[in-house]
Design a protein around this ligand. Structure first.
Ligand SMILES: [Zn+2]
Ligand SMILES: [Zn+2]
Length: 245
């Protein structure tokens, strides 16, 4: 996906029919990713604690997929649910190491929106889990936490902060919050990923709103880990000791 300033080659937050409220297959997602000139996508269906998330076996059997589909590298991931204010998640055990990519997010059917203090604790708990890669769509207003306190900790712990384009349209208050979060990431040198959170193939790679916001604050391209397949592969190889290309 192109903007004036950025050329983002990968989309690391995509849902398939394994989540009941998403509408495309892996093949459809890869086909449209290819059309959008993406080089990689991560399939990250919702963890099992969301009422219409994938069941846990989904995450254990992803290796049956070929690594490249329609010329697009398809990574095996999950969007885990944050379960409590300690930052526990619903993807555990062997799945944490077998998967390529783990996002952790708050969803209100699973976690009641708590106080800023409770949610800050939850996010710091997530930061302390070495297997989580990405702090998912954390600009959601109902899950507001102390950004100034938590974001430097995300950086210290090697977490990537997601700027989620879907939030700009779907989550009230998120566009203002995402800008505050992105400015703090810039200030503290914390790395990010920019994703579509596509729930159908027609939205794969659709991150224009997020890129426009990042352009408006002159966000440094080198902090965007999913900007190229190489930069994404470099992150995964350092963290998971696994070469994805
Ligand atoms: Zn969803
Ligand atoms: Zn989500």
């Amino acid at each position: 996906m192109y903007s004036k300033k950025y050329n983002i080659e990968t989309d690391t937050h995509c849902h398939t029919v394994a989540s009941d409220h998403a509408y495309s297959t892996v093949l459809e997602m890869a086909t449209y990713a290819n059309k959008a000139s993406l080089r990689a996508i991560a399939i990250t269906d919702h963890g099992p604690e969301l009422p219409d998330g994938a069941m846990i076996w989904h995450f254990g059997n992803m290796r049956c997929l070929p690594p490249y589909i329609k010329g697009v590298r398809v990574l095996h991931g999950a969007e885990a649910n944050i379960l409590d204010y300690d930052g526990s998640i619903d993807i555990t055990g062997k799945y944490l190491t077998e998967l390529d990519w783990i996002i952790a997010s708050c969803h209100d059917p699973v976690l009641q929106p708590g106080t800023v203090e409770q949610l800050t604790n939850a996010y710091i708990g997530v930061a302390n889990n070495p297997y989580i890669d990405v702090i998912g769509h954390s600009g959601t207003e109902m899950f507001r936490y102390n950004y100034e306190r938590a974001i430097p900790i995300f950086g210290e712990k090697g977490k990537l902060v997601e700027i989620n384009a879907h939030s700009f349209a779907a989550r009230p208050g998120a566009s203002e919050n995402c800008q505050i979060i992105a400015k703090l990431c810039k200030k503290y040198g914390v790395r990010i990923v920019v994703n579509s959170d596509a729930h159908s193939c027609f939205a794969v790679g659709e991150i224009t709103t997020a890129l426009e916001m990042l352009e408006s604050i002159d966000f440094p391209e080198e902090l965007i880990v999913n900007r190229t397949l190489d930069s994404l592969a470099d992150f995964i190889s350092k963290k998971r000791k696994r070469n994805i290309i």
